[in-house]
Write a protein that binds this ligand. Structure first.
Ligand SMILES: Nc1ncnc2c1ncn2[C@@H]1O[C@H](COP(=O)(O)OP(=O)(O)OP(=O)(O)O)[C@@H](O)[C@H]1O
Ligand SMILES: [Mg+2]
Length: 253
């Protein structure tokens, strides 16, 4: 049976406030694969995720975004979310007056999940004491990451994008965050190899010790410069820095 691509970006150019941040991006995520994106600060990783999610500020000026073979380039964020695309943001906003519990209850009612399952997910994420706070109000960096993951675990999207889920997370909690991410992508405990697809942005190799990443892409100055085995790419980057990626990309251009 032919493997379907969940996400396909074709020659995608994106601008924000009149400035082009992403240039001719081609990226394919096949069904069941989780890909990592590495890259220097300011290389365009977050912008890429925001553009895929459909945040209005990120204007597609060229190219296409296909989800499960369907062109979603002109769809707004709500329509994309309904198709099953979701994001855990790098720096999600604080939302006063909206409790995390309200969002969890709303989501679980809509997707008809059992209360006992939701209670277990909250417990697994160690969020029992934080669930009655306004969204992200007063949460530490690591707690915010767990809150974002908790919302995705309840939502069970088809395609999850995690923007630095490990940043600000202490070494001891990394294992927990890794477990939550594994549950998100392998929600079928009887068939754990049947995974959902997604993208993870990370700066550290630690994530690779906790979760299975199928492929990695390196972003440089708003372009994807290199694609390959995540362990090999990260090993080269930690030895030589991004200098070699820049040189390699210039040679290829
Ligand atoms: N509204 C904007 N106007 C102008 N430039 C912007 C705007 N938003 C983002 N940028 C610029 O786009 C570039 C890419 O930003 P982005 O947040 O995508 O980087 P990143 O790869 O996620 O970096 P980091 O690893 O630090 O999170 C940066 O140079 C940033 O300053
Ligand atoms: Mg970023």
């Amino acid at each position: 049976m032919k493997q379907q691509n969940v996400l396909e970006l074709r020659e995608l150019c994106v601008q924000v406030d009149g400035k082009e941040l992403l240039h001719n991006i081609n990226l394919t995520i096949p069904s069941g694969e989780v890909h990592a994106i590495f890259g220097l600060n300011g290389s365009g990783k977050t912008s890429l995720m925001m553009a895929i999610m459909g945040y209005a500020k990120y204007e597609v000026t060229n190219g296409q975004i296909l989800f499960e073979g369907k062109d979603i380039t002109d769809m707004d964020i709500t329509e994309r979310s309904r198709l099953g695309i979701s994001i855990a943001q790098q720096r999600p906003p604080t939302i006063s007056g909206v409790k995390l519990r309200d969002v969890i209850n709303y989501t679980s009612t809509h997707n008809s999940r059992k209360l006992s399952d939701i209670d277990r997910i909250i417990k697994d994420a160690h969020m029992e004491n934080l669930i009655d706070r306004d969204i992200n109000r007063g949460l530490s960096g690591g707690e915010i990451k767990r809150s974002e993951l908790l919302q995705l675990l309840v939502l069970q999207p088809k395609f999850s994008m995690l923007d630095e889920p490990d940043s600000g997370v202490d070494v001891e909690s990394l294992g927990l965050v890794g477990e939550l991410i594994n549950k998100l992508f392998s929600s079928n405990s009887i068939r754990p190899a049947k995974r959902k697809a997604g993208i993870i942005i990370t700066h550290s190799g630690n994530m690779l010790n906790h979760i299975n990443i199928d492929k990695a892409h390196v972003m440089l100055n708003g372009r994807i410069g290199c694609t390959g085995n995540p362990h090999i790419i990260l090993e080269r980057i930690s030895k030589c820095g991004y200098e070699e990626c820049i040189r390699c990309m210039q040679e290829g251009a």
